[in-house]
Design a protein around this ligand. Sequence first.
Ligand code: NAD
Length: 492
Amino acid sequence: MPATISTADFLPLERWNTHLFTGAWVSGPLPATDVIEPATGERLGAVGNADAATVTASAKAASAAQRDWFAKPYDERAEVLRKAAQIAEQHVESIVEWLVRESGSTRAKATAEARVSIKALHESAGLPSRSQGEVLPSTHGRLSLARRRPLGVIGVISPFNFPLYLAIRAVAPALATGNGVVLKPDPRTAVCGGFVIARIFELAGLPAGLLHVLPGGAQAGAALTSDPNVAMIQFTGSTGAGRKVGEAAGKHLKKVSLELGGKNSLIVLDDADIDLALANATWGVYLHQGQICMATGRLLVQRGIYEQFVQRLVAKAKTLTVGNPATEHVHLGPLINAHQRDHVYQSVQAAQQAGAKLEVGGNYQDLFFEATVLSGVTRDNPVFHEEIFGPVAVVIPFDTDEQAIELANDTDYGLSAAVLSKDVGRALKLGEQLRVGLLHINDQTVNDEVINPFGGVGASGNGTSIGGPANIEEFTQWQWLTLKGDAPAYPL
Ligand code: NAD
């Protein structure tokens, strides 16, 4: 496997190496950051880094370009989004390759991510032609309209785990509804979560200056949240960073959308099909090495089937292979970096010290962490509450449906939950009591179809949603417009 990825027709190294995207590929003001393949430690190139001044200049340029963009006929905007979807289809193999190599995704996960990202482009292409608002009743002779207008420039800050989709799910609808965008991808996945999007839109003919992709760390993120030309921040990432972004955006009176962490329960009732329950649990816990906001962070299993379930989950975990997804067919790839691996390792150690039983796994080599099962986890165990973001099943027994509700709701988070049972009525009754933004009956916790509103409650977000019917609400705002034939003669 070569150290550099050859995607000559799509994203050749010389185009992006050490660069930023501001409508053109330009050198960054700060030293470039190496792009490291987590599975091998190999250097795949380097991305430029934005400083605060770069962010300011980009936000200003995007604001100027946005006025022309929104003035274009709606079908011209739609056409760019349609073209972007076609470009992404044409280059899907290169895109998948980047997701595998730069983010440590298995090929199956990378392919699924590329596909939902293309779907997000297709769906966004339909937004410019949607109704812009409503006609309101008014006094005689006055036309009164409530219409949705773009916000201006949207700052998008995105994470490393589903880097392409979690950025494009905001970039595409924001552009489609007439906004400019400054995207700050996570520095660990700035190519697949940033430059791929820049290149797709560049090839699709998006006017230069409307989309900027500025890799950078918290400094660039902070500059974005305080820039006067940025009207809204759409942030996806950890609750800790989200709180800081929310505070900064609030101070500068920006609209802010926060899609944050989760500690999501999969509840397995005693009448569930045990084979299906295992398949759902394995997917929910271990997909992408557990580095998913919706990952099943708690497996609540009813006492009657608990022992059997744990035994079979352990046997299943032992069959899960871990390795380099670019060269081997494996179930689990590497964790994103040593910091994240150490966090997972320490979480497993702390869980044992607090009384959990390590059934299998718990170890790693390089960034490859074994599929792990912790059983007998109690509410006073830190692993019951904290997001691990690693391939660790946290299994907890319960006796009654009421107990399952209480356990699942014992968290500040409120992103996703799922209930498995042959009795749909019982599962729904239980599910209705769960405090979450995403609820699945007879499925696991990791689900997104692009066309659904996606958002959490509590510490998982700030009451916003993204996707499907939520996008117009998210990326536009109301304007009240009235029209009269003649101005009235007011009596004062
Ligand atoms: P993170 O919060 O460390 O980083 C996310 C992004 O925020 C990165 O681009 C980072 O550079 C930037 N950032 C960090 N501090 C910042 C600051 N002070 N100001 C501005 N920007 C800042 O998160 P991560 O480690 O990349 O991702 C994992 C977390 O994201 C998990 O908690 C996971 O649950 C959450 N997540 C949530 C969703 C969702 O849709 N709810 C989706 C994926 C991941």
